[in-house]
Design a protein around this ligand. Structure first.
Ligand code: ATP
Ligand code: MG
Length: 627
């Protein structure tokens, strides 16, 4: 079984391609199910069909959801619908005409009238068949209280997790609708995959079946489809338009809801919209960054946001349940698909969209980095990388991944409270700050923004202790550490829907820095001189960068200015899973009131950035007009 690819393993592939459009189509190829994986799913469906037919003659097992809607990823769950209507008809006809010999009388149904059995009992019956009669099926659990009751299961050999529902015919139709949209325009899939992974990485989307206040993949997909309906000219037609295009064979009403739309994407008019996937993604973030989620209803049926209160649908009995995010199902018009989303998630979604939109306006998004920096999608997928206090507010984030699987000892905690790898990361940061940038570094306080927004337990409890392990540093950073279920930081989920319980040590370190010299000016020339000239101090590697800074400071000639040019706080923290852990280094500007010209504004990267270090220097400190 292939696991969902984490961004750590996607990064190298995404880095290589030429531009963001290519990154987006590469993303789809990296994540989508392979032919072999599809075959396994098909075999499982056949197995289920055979077993269930034994017990429920005439029944059909129909897959739906991400296995077939065009938005599949490795390891996505297997959603199955068990259609018992034909069985009920068979039972009724046997009852009406005894001796008709339908087969139902020989099965477990000989004692049960399926049509009269309460839904929870039917579900238990399905669970019992799964538990006892389907080879390889484990961890069977009926969930009768869910909005759409299901029986959950895992399949041992394939490693797949799945759900069987008996009363979810609408999901078959909305699956077909998603499939139609995926086929209608080739930009749809890249956009949905990119938004889904971004949302997962920002902690906005979570385990759908686990409930909770996060968006599920269906809701996220509808947001993207709605956005594409609202482009000018539109990329996708509205659901009303689709209803008009439906042929006679396409007309269907389920549960009183009109679900008519063409089954074949070839019958749709091609879109005249020419926006690139890269621009559409940036626009998605811009549009939803400024969206009033609580004050209107997103209607895919009409392809526009409806003012509150929404008009009552003639079919609707109950009214749409309004909340902080109102996303009307395209068919079941009184169903708010995002009704589970709470205030906090809705406002975080808007904020994360704004930050992502801001990042998408930068050169770093559109232009491939020649210096090995995160660019395009790779940075968008870094957890929290574009949140306030990090890159979005004129700061920068460096993400340093560790392949925990091959180097587990790197996380083994030592007396200082964290593993050898994080100690090395801290030593390297201290080296860059103190020896290359020639900063004054003192122990700093934790950066504010990420923990303020965090959904994680105990963030505020991160302790502040001096780092005994870093006593070699002239000005040690303050380091806090504590154990916790670090998986929660990126929402890793096991096939059974549970979070894996592993103790990846959480560690933080903070530096408070003052920059005194323009060590980024003219480095290339000085470096060339040191490398090739007859300078007696000629050297290579790390010490070369240190010597370049010293030479630049000497050239400045004026000695130390009375006040630092800039001040900033830097912080590093480790978070991740057993498979994928990373240290994130971020910075936050500190205002220096004595300098009137501080604008606090970030600026786009330029030639002043430190060459070869991957550091955009003046982008992570507030700017003086004279810099
Ligand atoms: P994934 O399993 O990869 O998260 P998915 O699309 O299969 O994606 P599920 O949560 O497994 O998502 O749901 C399966 C299907 O059930 C969806 O594709 C959709 O058709 C339907 N569905 C899920 N959530 C809702 C909802 N809130 N309202 C209506 N239909 C839903
Ligand atoms: Mg699913």
């Amino acid at each position: 079984r292939r696991e969902p690819l984490g961004p750590g393993r996607l990064e190298p592939a995404l880095w290589q391609v030429a531009d963001v459009d290519a990154q987006m189509s590469e993303l789809v190829q990296l994540l989508e199910l392979s032919e072999d994986e599809r075959r396994v799913r098909h075999l499982l469906v056949t197995l289920f069909q055979e077993v269930f037919t034994e017990f429920f003659p005439g029944c059909t097992i129909v897959p739906f959801g991400s296995s077939i809607n065009g938005f599949d990823i490795h390891g996505c769950d297997l959603d199955l619908f068990l259609d018992l209507e034909p069985t009920k008809s068979l039972q009724a006809s046997t009852r009406d005409a005894p001796g008709a010999g339908s087969g139902a009388e020989d099965s477990i149904l000989s004692d049960i009238d399926l049509a009269a059995t309460p839904a929870p009992e039917v579900l238990e019956l399905v669970a019992a068949v799964l538990r006892r009669c389907v080879p390889g099926v484990r961890r069977v659990r009926a969930v009768p209280t869910a909005r759409r009751p299901v029986v959950k299961f895992c399949h041992k050999q394939s490693g797949l997790a799945g759900d069987i529902s008996v009363d979810n015919r609408l999901a078959l139709l909305n699956t077909r609708f998603l499939q139609l949209c995926a086929e209608a325009d080739e930009r749809v899939r890249p956009l949905v995959y990119a938004v889904r992974l971004w949302a997962k990485q920002q902690g906005l989307a979570g385990n759908p079946s686990g409930g909770g206040p996060l968006l599920n993949n269906y809701a996220l997909t509808l947001l993207v489809l709605f956005f594409l309906q609202t482009r000018s000219p539109p990329v996708l037609p509205t659901v009303t338009r689709l209803r008009d295009l439906a042929g006679d064979d396409d007309r269907v009403v389920v549960g009183g809801w009109d679900c008519s739309f063409p089954r074949d994407a070839a019958s749709l008019e091609p879109s005249t919209n020419t926006e690139s996937p890269c621009s559409l993604l940036a626009e998605f973030f811009r549009v939803f960054g400024d969206f009033d989620f609580a004050g209107q209803v997103i209607s895919l049926r009409e392809g526009r946001a409806l003012p509150l209160p929404p008009p009552a649908a003639p079919e609707a009995g109950e009214e749409l349940k309004l909340g902080p995010l109102n996303l009307q199902d395209p068919f079941e018009l009184n169903h708010n698909v995002a009704a589970n989303v709470n205030e906090k998630t809705a406002s975080r979604f808007g904020r994360c969209c704004r930050d992502a939109a801001k990042y998408c306006r930068s050169l770093q998004y559109r232009r491939k980095s020649s210096k090995g920096r995160a660019w395009g999608l790779t940075r968008l997928f870094q957890p929290g990388a574009v949140e306030p206090g990090a890159a979005g507010a004129g700061a920068f984030v460096i993400s340093i991944p560790l392949d925990v699987a091959s180097e587990p000892q790197q996380l083994r905690r030592e007396p200082g409270g964290h593993g050898p790898w994080f100690r090395e990361v801290c030593a390297a940061i201290t080296f860059v700050l103190r020896d290359v940038l020639k900063c004054d570094c003192a122990a700093g306080k934790p950066l504010s923004a990420p923990s303020e927004e965090s959904e994680l337990p105990g963030d505020s409890a991160l302790s502040q202790e001096p780092d005994a392990e870093d006593s070699s540093a002239a000005e040690p950073p303050s380091v806090g550490s504590k154990r916790r279920l670090a998986e929660e930081t990126n929402g890793a989920v096991l096939p059974d829907g549970k979070k894996p319980r592993t103790n990846v040590p959480e560690a933080t370190a903070n530096w408070s820095c003052a920059v005194w010299h323009r060590v980024w000016m003219g480095r290339r020339r000085v470096r060339r001189q040191l490398r090739h000239g007859d300078d007696p101090e000629r050297s290579d590697g790390d010490s070369l960068e240190q010597k370049v800074s010293e030479a630049v400071v000497r050239q400045e000639g004026a000695g130390r200015p009375p006040e630092p040019l800039l001040r900033f706080e830097a912080g590093a923290r480790v978070a991740g899973t057993r498979r994928e852990t990373r240290a994130t280094v971020s910075t936050e500007p500190r205002r220096c009131p004595e300098h009137q010209h501080c604008t606090g504004e970030p600026r786009p990267p330029s030639h002043e950035d430190l060459p070869n270090t991957g550091i955009v220097l003046a982008n992570h400190v507030h700017r003086h007009q004279d810099l």
